[in-house]
Write a protein that binds this ligand. Structure first.
Ligand code: GLA
Length: 381
């Protein structure tokens, strides 16, 4: 059963009647531009087919929600009531998103909601941003109000993550989920939230492989990297590392660790610009070189990779050769690897991963294929 049908069916089972509608928000894979969003940098994520669906109906007097993927856990509450924090729990996102929309003048009413998703948690594919944006869409629909603009949804979702889950994330995931278009990468300037859709050539495909090492951004490494970047920017005398350059860094007396962090961010922003050019020039070899350089920079300078992920990236790069490339995607310390290659290479490379990569926790590697030909079901049904 597909996700939308499963969600609709779960709603019916829980509440005893059909939902009024179903909304969907995709997950995202970041092609390149890692840990630069909170440095006012440029990023290049794209929405994926997996995502979060919420079946909804209006109701008076509060929210009654069921999480179909968590054994039917329920949350019933009156909006605006005291809200306990459960870091990274789906209830925090539900309550947080309603509160953060209200902070932006968007007051939503009560609703019955059945929530289900198809993004593996801890995979670096933005399950929480997808959940938040879907919640925003469902609450607006159940309240009979227009869907908030993508930027409003994204900013509310980011606040929910900061305040309710305690992760000081940037804005990339939320914008990719709210404003991304199927088959295109989204060039996002995180300094002013300007966006440009960058369609991927039809003859290319994107492979996403789960390393099987799950990571939680709440464990502190993520916020620590953000603090490092802020310290480096302050020492270099710039508002954010977007304002720094390789020359400024070379002439500075930053500690070796902060210099490595800054070098990653400065070089990664350049790689995003070069990647957009490579996509527009349909130059897979050039894009592959940039993806490989991005991974090395994350591994050696930003120090957010782990051995299992490095092995998977090496395996993919060896299988792909010069016709593309692979890198870890997302916050780091595990999660997924993204690879871009010609669509006619996908089956061969997939077979290599299936034969040669063993996730540390056992089982087979989970693989997703995305690309211009694959259309996520966005919006409403
Ligand atoms: C997580 C955060 C994003 C971004 C990435 C790293 O996904 O939520 O804001 O910082 O890590 O690029």
């Amino acid at each position: 059963m597909n996700l939308i049908d499963r969600t609709r069916e779960g709603f019916r089972r829980t509440f005893g009647h059909d939902p009024a509608g179903v909304v969907f928000a995709p997950g995202r894979v970041n092609l390149i531009g890692e840990h630069v969003d909170y440095n006012d940098g440029l990023v290049l994520p794209m929405p994926i087919a997996a995502g979060t669906a919420i079946a909804w109906s209006p109701q008076d007097g509060g929210i009654d929600a069921v999480a179909l993927d968590f054994g039917g856990e329920r949350d019933r509450h009156v909006q605006g009531s005291a809200m306990p924090h459960h870091p990274a729990d789906w209830r925090s996102y539900l309550r947080g998103m309603a509160a953060c929309l209200a902070d932006r003048g968007i007051h939503t009413d009560g609703a019955k909601l059945a929530i289900a998703g198809s993004i593996p948690r801890g995979s670096g594919l933005s399950s929480s941003a997808s959940l938040c944006v879907a919640i925003g869409r469902a609450l607006a629909a159940a309240s009979g109000i227009a869907e908030p603009a993508p930027q409003t949804l994204a900013l509310a979702a980011q606040s929910a993550e900061h305040v309710w889950a305690g992760v000081k994330c940037g804005i990339m995931d939320q914008m990719a989920v709210a404003a991304g278009e199927a088959g295109s990468a989204l060039l996002l300037d995180c300094a002013d939230l300007q966006t440009r859709q960058i369609p991927l050539p039809h003859e290319w495909a994107v492979l996403i492989v789960q390393s099987g090492v799950t990571r939680e951004l709440v464990d502190g490494h993520y916020n620590q990297r953000r603090q490092d970047c802020e310290a480096a920017a302050a020492a270099l005398g710039v508002k954010s590392l977007r304002g720094a350059s390789a020359e400024l860094l070379d002439g500075s007396d930053l500690s070796p660790q902060l210099a490595r962090r800054a070098r990653h961010v400065i070089s990664e922003i350049d790689r995003v610009r070069a990647s957009v050019q490579a996509i527009e020039d349909r130059d897979l070899a050039r894009l592959g070189t940039l993806l490989r350089a991005s991974h090395r920079s994350m591994r050696d300078d930003f120090e957010i990779s782990v051995t299992a992920v490095d092995n998977l990236v090496d395996l993919l790069n060896a299988a792909i050769g010069v016709g593309g490339g692979a890198r870890m995607t997302g916050g780091g310390f595990g999660g997924a690897v993204v690879a871009v290659m010609a669509a006619d290479q996908i089956e061969r490379v997939r077979a290599v991963v299936a034969a040669d990569y063993r996730p540390p926790c056992g089982g087979a590697a989970q693989i997703m294929i995305e690309g211009a030909g694959r259309v996520p079901a966005g919006g409403h049904e």
